[in-house]
Design a protein around this ligand. Structure first.
Ligand SMILES: Nc1ncnc2c1ncn2[C@@H]1O[C@H](COP(=O)(O)OP(=O)(O)O)[C@@H](O)[C@H]1O
Ligand SMILES: [Mg+2]
Length: 257
């Protein structure tokens, strides 16, 4: 099987701080992977490397078959249009409607004038497609609702529909279920995994809900201080490994105190 993402010795630094530390990882097309690990372990940075918003300081990254470091502006834009990201806190514009937010999701691959026109007056074809997407995610009656009036779970569904409207080959979701109750969180993660099966896209999600990661993802990648400390099936994650993943080291206790 060909890989969706391939990292070889990838390091990403912010000044002196090493956020992702010599990570080597291969994620197959269509695979479902959850990134787990404590706050600050590098999950968000890893997702931003995969969607090419960050460039490795060292190492090699291939995304959807493209060597990211050697791409020009145009090829990079094309590559980005094939990868949808649900950023942490979803990145929706609160005072626009669901349909407007979803139209914006494809903005990157259209010129500005066309984006503005689509936003004010979506084509019948776009509107029909978006209606079908909202139907699939269970909120077809919210097409013309302002996002600020939606519940947390409904907002997550708008964000999912927005990502799907891009027709992505890979979907990266950074903590997609923070800020909702556990039942709602489970529904959303379940929906994401069902959609990845149905539509065949690669799904990478960072999750601090370990139980959800274990239930819905056949592969967990555990990060700690920017390094991969676990990579395997949830069944093979031992209590000892979990403790090592989440327990504070003496050094971290000193700095967190
Ligand atoms: N833009 C940034 N500038 C400086 N430091 C950053 C930036 N983004 C992340 N970091 C640092 O990189 C480390 C990893 O952060 P992050 O990838 O956000 O971890 P996680 O998502 O697992 O909480 C943290 O120490 C964080 O403070
Ligand atoms: Mg994060």
């Amino acid at each position: 099987m060909s890989s969706a993402f391939q990292l070889q010795g990838v390091t990403c630094k912010f000044g002196d701080l090493v956020a992702v530390d010599e990570v080597s990882l291969s994620i197959d097309k269509g695979e479902r992977v959850a990134f787990i690990g404590p706050s600050g372990s590098g999950k968000t940075t890893l997702i931003r490397l995969l969607n090419t918003m960050l460039v490795p300081n060292e190492g090699k990254l291939t995304a959807l078959g493209e060597p990211v470091a050697s791409l020009g502006v145009k090829s990079l834009r094309q590559l980005r249009s094939r990868i949808a990201t649900m950023p942490q806190h979803l990145g929706l514009v609160d005072n626009l409607t669901s349909i407007q937010n979803i139209v914006l999701g494809r903005g990157g691959s259209r010129n500005t004038l066309r984006s503005v026109r689509d936003l004010l007056l979506p084509s019948d074809r776009d509107a029909a497609e978006i209606h079908a997407l909202l139907d699939r995610v269970g909120i077809e009656d919210k097409l013309y609702h302002t996002v600020s009036r939606l519940s947390g779970g409904q907002k997550q569904r708008v964000a999912i529909a927005r990502a799907l409207f891009q027709n992505p080959e890979a979907l990266l979701a950074d903590e997609p279920v923070s800020a909702v109750d556990p039942a709602r969180a489970r529904d959303t993660v379940k929906l994401l995994t069902e959609l990845s099966d149905e539509l065949g896209f690669t799904l990478c999600v960072s999750l601090h809900h370990l139980e959800l990661a274990r239930e819905f993802f056949p592969r967990l990648v555990g990060l700690r201080a920017g390094k991969v400390v676990f990579d395997g099936a949830p069944e093979s994650l031992t209590e000892t490994e979990l403790e090592a993943l989440y327990e504070l080291s003496a050094e971290e206790m000193m700095t967190d105190a």
